[in-house]
Write a protein of this length. Structure first.
Length: 423
């Protein structure tokens, strides 16, 4: 899967994030505003990431045939477009329709960079995807396009069936064939990058933690130091006591995990749909499944993410842009987008179509998304990533106990929000 939305700049650094976030900007060509009761401007501009250009050309042709409207396609850099959106809106150079990751939709909308979007009945949204495009004030600033969630990859040459519970993974860790060379008593049977908050969140949330209250919209209610969070952090620590020392290195752990899995030294890992291509290229005989059930019997509640179609605030053809967005999120076009990209449709009818293809990755993402929690899309989320990552690292490395680390993280998050947002 080519889309790679998964973390924040606070965790990854801008250079890496640039390759992960799908964003957009573009050139404005519609020169007439839509007038109520008159024919709208028959030209709009669509900006997409380079990898979607072939699909965009196909959908532009289909839309021209249906509506008579010409869709001018621009493509280019992911992150750069989002960084330029404010300036492009001011200069009138923004596209009419673009794509953006869900975690930016609410903040861009609240900052005045996006037009409100009406979700048509044909979009076939559900509660999680609706929340992902809804800002804290209840306004909708995008139409859901794609869903993503973490999943489990397992090596079919090492385990016959996908592990169903974390108890299964703990039993694998007792098998000497997964002993990590050079470090006595350490295992690589199962690996997950749990000093990265994006990856660890499902473990915490499955125990009752949450980032912000009211489905991620209330920054005054932070649930990262409650009993559930502490239980999840301590469970992560129990694995770090079994894992190689290198797993504590936030910059290198991801490579260690991938290398161990590709070399047949690890039976199962947690990662996103964006990892599939590298594993295919490495010719790993892998399977994909939902993440095993937690020790408390609950599901791993990873962040639900993905991307939405958005309309910049400076469009001169809001009516035309809205109609084109309605077309893009229709069941027919969402099926076409899946066929072209293998990315999971947000439209529930098209999602069922995708699931019917019996593709392991598609099926696992869809099932896991049912237990996902919407990734907060309010601006205050930017204050969470680094303190939350430090909370995890400080605990698993033994520098602090989980309760102290969690309380310290929440204190810092609150202070940062107050400084940056005055709340």
């Amino acid at each position: 899967m080519s889309s790679k939305f998964m973390k924040s700049a606070a965790v990854l650094g801008t250079a890496t994030l640039a390759s992960l976030l799908l964003v957009a900007c573009g050139s404005k060509t519609a020169d007439k505003p839509a007038e109520s009761g008159s024919s709208e401007a028959k030209e709009i501009t669509l900006y997409v990431e380079d990898q979607y250009k072939a699909y965009a050309e196909t959908v532009a042709k289909a839309y021209k045939e249906q509506s008579g409207t010409t869709v001018n396609i621009k493509s280019g850099d992911q992150l750069g477009g989002l960084d330029k959106l404010s300036l492009d809106n001011q200069s009138g150079q923004a596209a009419d329709v673009m794509m953006a990751p869900y975690d930016r939709v609410g903040s861009l909308g609240s900052d005045g960079q996006l037009s409100e979007v009406k979700l048509s009945d044909g979009a076939k949204t559900e509660d999680t995807t609706k929340s992902l495009v809804t800002a804290a004030d209840g306004k909708v600033y995008g139409a859901p396009a794609v869903i993503e969630s973490l999943v489990m990859y397992y090596n079919k040459d090492l385990v016959k069936d996908a592990p169903k519970t974390f108890a299964d993974l703990e039993n694998l860790a007792k098998d000497s064939k997964y002993a990590f060379a050079g470090e006595d008593g350490k295992t690589s049977a199962f690996l997950a990058d749990w000093t990265n908050f994006y990856y660890a969140y499902g473990l915490l949330a499955g125990n009752g933690a949450y980032v912000f209250g009211q489905n991620g919209k209330d920054p005054k209610d932070i649930g990262l130091a409650n009993d559930g969070s502490i239980a999840g952090i301590n469970y992560a620590k129990s694995w770090y006591e079994k894992w190689p020392k290198g797993m504590q290195d936030g910059t290198a752990a991801g490579n260690l995990i991938q290398t161990q899995f590709q070399e047949g030294k690890t039976a199962a890992i947690i990662d996103g749909p964006w990892k599939a291509q590298a594993l295919k290229d490495a010719k790993v005989n892998y399977g994909v499944a939902t993440i095993p059930t937690l020790p408390n019997g609950k599901e791993y509640a990873a962040f639900g993410g993905g991307k939405a179609w958005i309309i910049p605030s400076s469009t001169k053809n809001l009516e035309g842009a809205q109609k084109f967005v309605d077309f893009l999120v229709s069941t027919e076009q969402q099926k076409a987008f899946y066929d072209a990209t293998n990315e999971i449709p947000a439209n529930t009818e098209a999602r069922s179509y995708a699931e019917g293809k019996n593709d392991e990755l598609t099926t696992a993402v869809i099932k896991q998304f049912k237990n996902a929690q919407p990734i907060p899309n309010i601006s205050q989320m930017s204050a969470v990533w680094e303190p939350a990552a430090n909370m995890l690292f400080d605990t698993v490395s033994g520098q602090k106990d989980a309760k102290t680390a969690a309380n310290d993280a929440v204190t810092l998050i609150k202070e940062t929000i107050k400084q940056k947002f005055g709340e």
